[in-house]
Design a protein. Structure first.
Length: 320
């Protein structure tokens, strides 16, 4: 069974070799390794070409910069594997990652959700996901209910696009793509993929070594755009939950809890923005303030908002 490992690459010359080496080192060899050089201005593209000369499984595409979403979409359109594994160009696959996920695949399993290791490469310390998946959470359940059960038990968000290996047809048959130029695009798309799966399996092996605290990493940039994008994603999911007639109530309830807690988290983090960016972030968040009345919100926050209003709530959580 061919697995497509899709790696978007942008200005990661210091890390991309280590990333690709981790794929070459996999004991599962039936791989298609797709390197999408997203308009890098450093030597990343050249390094990719050098790796393509070493192994015929490697295909390199050099494209104009289109962001992480565009690079992933491009790689997906050129993939031939039955299953897809996304990997960011500054991260690595763990030893035996692909084989441990493939072992969980059956005819009905469309996605295998895995654990992640968080790797501070500066100090070479690794922290594992602080939870363990249980097969009983997913056995015999449709994808939407299985994902809901996992989301309700996990202490870390499950929507990272690099966490699962999943059947390519779930994405292509449903016309799914990562939204263009969007930060936090995984939250926007991945739960939709899971809700369309026939079955989901779990893998308690860590599959990805996720590099943390790299200067310049997209996930480390606390820009105004990220806040605007996240509040937009939350609004779209809230509208979907209100209007969707296909997914289970369990899925709706789990996603509602996820987006409401994320909403509060980002309200609290507004204080880290530049002073000139805070008004725009608050304006984007304000239409969603009704979420603060939800039973999913911690009681102290819910009461503060209910009694004193939105402005007082922001002051209480030291966001501005």
């Amino acid at each position: 069974m061919l697995i497509s490992v899709i790696i978007p690459i942008y200005n990661v010359e210091k890390y991309v070799g280590e990333c690709i080496d981790s794929v070459f080192a996999q004991d599962y060899k039936d791989l298609e390794i797709i390197l999408v050089d997203d308009g890098s201005t450093d030597s990343s593209g050249k390094i990719c070409d050098e790796y393509a000369l070493k192994d015929s499984r490697v295909a390199v595409y050099h494209i104009e910069n289109s962001g992480l979403s565009g690079a992933r979409n491009y790689g997906t359109k050129h993939a031939h594997g039955e299953f897809i594994q996304y990997l960011d160009g500054d991260d690595c696959l763990c030893e035996g990652a692909i084989s441990s996920s493939v072992a969980k695949i059956t005819d009905e399993v469309d996605a295998v959700i895995c654990r992640i290791s968080y790797w501070c490469s500066d100090t070479d310390t690794v922290t594992e996901d602080p939870f363990t998946f249980k097969d009983e959470y997913v056995e015999g359940l449709r994808g939407d209910d299985a994902f809901a059960n996992l989301a309700n038990m996990a202490t870390h968000q499950l929507w990272s696009a690099c966490r699962p290996i999943f059947r390519r047809s779930v994405m292509t048959d449903n016309g799914f793509e990562f939204r263009d130029r969007l930060l936090s695009q995984d939250l926007d798309l991945m739960p939709h993929i899971y809700r369309k799966c026939r079955r989901i399996a779990v893998n308690n092996n860590s599959v990805i070594k996720y590099r943390t605290m790299r200067k310049g990493s997209i996930s480390q940039v606390g820009s105004l755009k990220r806040y605007l994008d996240v509040f937009g994603i939350i609004a779209r999911w809230d509208e979907f939950i209100r209007t969707d007639k296909e997914s289970s109530q369990n899925f709706h309830d789990a996603m509602k809890r996820q987006i409401e807690l994320l909403y509060v988290n980002y309200l609290k983090r507004i204080r880290y923005l530049k002073a000139e960016d805070k008004p725009a972030a608050i304006a984007a968040a304000k239409p969603l303030r009704y979420m603060l009345r939800s039973k999913n919100i911690p009681t102290k926050y819910r009461l503060t908002y209910s009694v004193f209003g939105f402005k007082a709530f922001l002051k209480a959580i030291h966001s501005v």
